[in-house]
Design a protein around this ligand. Sequence first.
Ligand code: FES
Length: 222
Amino acid sequence: MKRRGFIKLCSTAAVTAALSPSMLGTALAAEPVLYKRAKLMDRAGKPIKASQLAVGEEYVFHYPYNSTPVLLLRLDKPANGGVGRDGGLVAFCAVCTHQMQYPRKGDANLFNYYHTEKSSAAERSGVIVCCAHNSVFDPAQGAKVLGGQATHPLTAIALEYDAATDEVYAVGTRGQEIYEDFFKAYKQVLNEDYGRGQYKTLVEGQAPVSLLKEFVSMQVRC
Ligand code: FES
C-alpha cells in the first residue's frame, strides 16, 4: 500500500491479501494510492449517512482533485470493494477510460448508471454506460469493462466506512489513474470552470455530494 499519510481502511477491498479472484483484472486488484481524507457531505453541509443514500440513485462528488468527478452508487447487492452495512456502496472516477467523457456541471451528460432501467447499448441494467462510444462497466465488479471501446476499468475510489456513525470518507484511488491525461485534454475548460490553475487542488476535509441529475443539465442515455 502506498501511503500518503497514515490511514486505516475499513473497506474489505483495502486489504490486498483478501482480494478475491473476481477482483483480478479490475481496479480493485491494485494497491490503493492514498490521498487526503475527505468526509462525504450532503448539500446541507451534514455528513452523508451511507444507509440513507437511495439504492440505485446516481450521486456525484469530486475527488481526489476538486475537478475530477466521482460517481457514487449504492447498489442493491454487496459489491466487490463495496462498503456500508450492506456492502453495496461503491465509487468510481467518472472519467471514461476510453476518451475521457465526463459529467460537467450544467452540461449534457453521457456517462450514467442504469439501475433497473435497461441500457439499450449494454442490453442490460446494473451497469455504468458511457454513451460516447457505448463503453459498459460493471460497478459490482470493480467497474471492469463489459463492452464498448474502453479497454481499462474505471479508476476506483477507495472509501472508508465508519460503522459507528454510518459516515463515509474518500481516502484514495485504486487502479490506473488518468488524471494527468484528463488535465491535459481539458485544460482550457477546467481553467474556465475552476479558475486558472485551480483545477488541480486536492480535496481535503470534506467532499460535497450532489445528485447527478441536478449536477448536469440533462442525462443522455443509450
Ligand atoms: S469516451 Fe467513453 S466510450 Fe468513448
